[in-house]
Design a protein around this ligand. Structure first.
Ligand SMILES: [Zn+2]
Length: 102
């Protein structure tokens, strides 16, 4: 009986984990952002990948960055995401490569 309960709990954890993953995917996108005469601008697109947002941001000059929008709320990039953008910024990642964002 105890064993069954554990299995059931594990199943629930799996389902919730999967839902969270999907939910996260659906509610996360990236926006290009840059400063223009000390004003913060955002491109207002919903870019599915970091690199797409970076490509969108780059023509706006050196002060560009990428921000993540999660459930409609902008947030700073996480360490891993920042790494991808920096690699792109410093030319270590080709503009055509989306390998970092499967
Ligand atoms: Zn954009």
């Amino acid at each position: 009986m105890i064993h069954q309960t554990e299995q059931h709990t594990q199943l629930v954890v799996d389902i919730i984990g999967t839902l969270n993953l999907r939910f996260k995917k659906l509610n996360l996108y990236y926006e290009a952002a840059w400063t223009d005469s000390f004003c913060h601008r955002r491109c207002m697109h919903e870019h599915p990948t970091l690199l797409e947002a970076a490509r969108c941001a780059m023509p706006h000059g050196a002060g560009w960055y990428v921000l993540a929008v999660e459930n409609g709320t902008p947030r700073q990039l996480l360490g891993d995401e920042e790494d991808v953008v920096n690699k792109f910024r410093f030319g270590k990642l080709s503009a055509e490569s989306d390998l970092w964002n499967p």
